[in-house]
Design a protein around this ligand. Structure first.
Ligand SMILES: Cc1cc2nc3c(=O)[nH]c(=O)nc-3n(C[C@H](O)[C@H](O)[C@H](O)COP(=O)(O)OP(=O)(O)OC[C@H]3O[C@@H](n4cnc5c(N)ncnc54)[C@H](O)[C@@H]3O)c2cc1C
Length: 295
């Protein structure tokens, strides 16, 4: 049907913010809906799993790589348009570009995403959020494409809740629309500056990390506080280190592997379980056959 031919054995470490992990067995950068469809059909015909990577800011890739077709959306699938007070964006559009376009159009409501270094698709998959707001507060709908067709779904259809959506492997967020509100560009800019300053004061913003390691559990203490109470700040395994600034971040302190990060996560989880009786759930998404030991 098409001449789609993916690249092979493409390194993924440089496409992640933590900078670890091996190659994708197959890799492609679809730029249009037609190219995306062709990639999905190619994978379906060969029974190959499909994974999507946005800015790689919440993923940990297995050191031996990923036996899948990994897609990164670009071109039309990363474009941003403002229509009235609606921001309409491809799944590969970065939050930063969305925010700038909204600000330039005197639209606010997306400022909370200023410190989230991801894409529209990654944010939808994760229901990303900060400062008391998340994707579900602004998303109108998302167009989700899979090998068997596409559907446009709203917040309920996506099942968005705390860092969760019901999107399954192989389902690609190709496009999303957000409802914003009229706000002067100067106000948006000032709000963003305030949020970024808050972030800088509490998190390791100048290090290679994948954001929060664990979700906050249903407990009076957050994951970061629990990990801190277990004495984990600054704890090192191989080239990976628990941030001395915020214990729910793992830094690539130089030459880290994904195995180092997993070993740190396992140790951290085990200590929290021992001390608080809580089983922490990881927020970071695994690409490839990574897993944490059962507690
Ligand atoms: C310094 C730092 C700070 C962070 N702060 C926050 C924060 O405050 N709040 C927060 O929620 N997160 C935060 N994160 C985590 C991360 O930025 C978010 O989860 C972000 O939404 C991930 O987007 P991404 O495009 O990088 O997705 P990736 O990390 O590339 O992927 C994450 C998941 O989404 C899937 N995915 C990506 N694109 C698509 C698509 N188009 N269709 C379907 N699935 C897709 C991937 O397969 C994977 O399962 C932070 C990360 C860092 C490094």
């Amino acid at each position: 049907m098409s001449s789609f031919e993916p690249e092979q054995n493409v390194g993924l470490a440089r496409l992640t913010t933590i900078g670890t992990g091996g190659p994708a067995r197959w890799f492609a950068r679809p730029r249009t809906s037609a190219e995306l469809q062709a990639a999905l059909h190619w994978a379906e015909e060969r029974q190959v799993a499909v994974e999507v990577i946005g800015l790689g800011s919440n993923v940990l890739v297995h050191d031996d790589g990923v036996e899948a077709l990994v897609l990164r959306l670009e071109g039309e699938l990363a474009a941003v348009e403002i229509v009235g007070s609606t921001l309409s964006a491809g799944g590969g559009a970065t939050n930063a570009v969305c925010l700038h376009r909204a600000r330039d159009a005197d639209l606010g409501g997306f400022e909370f995403a200023s410190a989230i270094p991801g894409t529209v698709g990654g944010g939808t998959r994760m229901n990303a959020g900060a400062y008391g707001r998340d994707w579900s507060d602004v998303l109108i709908d998302a167009t989700v494409v899979a090998a068997d067709g596409s559907r446009t779904v709203g917040v309920d259809g996506l099942g968005l809740s705390y860092r969760h959506s019901n999107l399954r492997p192989g389902e690609v967020v190709a496009h999303a629309r957000f409802a914003l509100e009229s706000r002067p560009a100067g106000e948006v800019k000032a709000h963003v500056a305030e949020l970024l300053a808050q972030r800088k004061a509490t998190q390791p913003t100048n290090r290679r990390t994948f954001g929060s390691v664990f979700k906050n559990p249903a407990h009076e203490l957050g994951a970061g506080r629990m990990l801190d109470d277990c004495g984990l700040k600054g704890y090192v395994i191989g080239g990976a280190r628990i941030s001395p600034v915020h214990a729910n971040f793992i830094e690539n302190a130089g030459g880290a592997s994904s195995a180092d990060a997993i070993a740190l996560m396992a140790e951290a989880r085990s200590r929290v379980h021992e001390r608080f009786g809580v089983v922490l759930e990881h927020e970071v998404r695994f690409l490839g056959p990574l897993e944490l030991p059962v507690l």
